[in-house]
Design a protein around this ligand. Structure first.
Ligand SMILES: [Zn+2]
Length: 299
């Protein structure tokens, strides 16, 4: 009986020590399990399920980098010639080595100046530009880079539906017609993801804005790139009311044109639109999970 009890005690002690070891091990495993998915999700939260629209600070000029929920990329414009290196640095910073879609909104240097170097340096899927030429070195240099890469320019015009990411609708709402004026020839792109929407307007001016309204296209967008760097040639009240944005982004740097004009700033303020500017905020990112926006500014 005594012997029996001591064996029992021994077995009990063994059981307790094994249990302790098992608990210790499982405790570790539990910690690892808790630790690793949390780490992964905080990393993937930045990309998975989010559309990122980044209004890159290129000084006086324009450039928008879009990264889709599945990692597809699109670049609309690339700033002026003096921003070529900055553009390559931005692409590196955002981990972009291929651009599925490139759009040169119109052939002005402050939009296409940096595009030649971008095309020289990264893989390009498709490129869209409106049917208008410019007799400038900048434009010629861009055409040369396109040719060297073996790319064929597709015509940017209203009504185009771009295949990019199956969860994101990308349509072109301008140019509706052919104009002599380069700014009015600007490709205007509407991007819709879930309940969220963006309108990226290039330098489209009042004539193009009027034609977009008359085209009957759905122009409403929560986020609007304010046309032509805030020049009073764009963002007419009727166009602004049609788009009815919650947020407005002005891509502007030091300039002698008086951009952004007080006329446009007043109009935006009267409509209660929250304004972000590259000259004040640096690069501005407005990301969407399909329902809500997350706004990040450089400063
Ligand atoms: Zn411009």
């Amino acid at each position: 009986m005594k012997k029996c009890r001591s064996i029992f005690k021994f077995q009990l002690r063994m059981f307790v020590s094994i249990l302790a070891v098992v608990l210790m091990l499982s405790g570790c495993a539990l910690e690892l399990e808790l630790g690793s998915p949390a780490d992964t999700s905080s990393g993937s939260r930045q990309n998975e399920g989010r559309l990122r629209v980044i209004f890159l600070d290129v000084g006086q000029g324009a450039s928008q980098l879009l990264i889709s929920p599945s990692g597809k990329t699109m670049l609309i414009d690339a700033g002026n010639n003096d921003r070529e290196q900055a553009m390559l640095d931005y692409l590196k910073e955002y981990g972009v080595n291929r651009l599925d879609i490139v759009i040169g909104t119109h052939p002005d240097a402050d939009h296409i100046g940096g595009l030649d170097r971008v095309i020289d340096h990264v893989d390009i899927g498709e490129i869209y530009m409106p049917k208008i030429q410019a007799n400038t070195k900048t434009f010629e240099s861009l055409l040369l880079s396109i040719k060297n890469k073996g790319l064929k320019v597709k015509t940017a015009k209203a009504g185009l539906v771009l295949e990019w990411d199956e969860d994101v609708q990308v349509t072109m709402v301008a140019p509706v017609q052919t104009y002599d004026d380069k700014n009015n020839m600007s490709a205007v792109v509407k991007v819709v993801y879930g309940n969220t929407s963006y309108l990226l307007t290039g330098d489209a001016e009042r004539q193009s804005e009027k034609d977009m309204i008359e085209s009957g296209a759905d122009l409403q967008a929560d986020v609007m790139l304010i046309g032509h760097h805030g020049s009073k040639s764009s963002t007419t009240l009727s166009f602004l009311k049609k788009v009815a944005p919650q947020y407005g982004v002005i891509q502007v740097g030091e300039n002698n044109y008086g951009h952004p004009t007080s006329t446009v700033l007043d109009r935006l303020s009267k409509q209660g639109i929250e304004v972000y500017r590259n000259d004040l905020h640096g690069t501005v990112e407005i990301a969407s999970d399909g329902h809500t926006y997350r706004i990040t500014t450089e400063r």
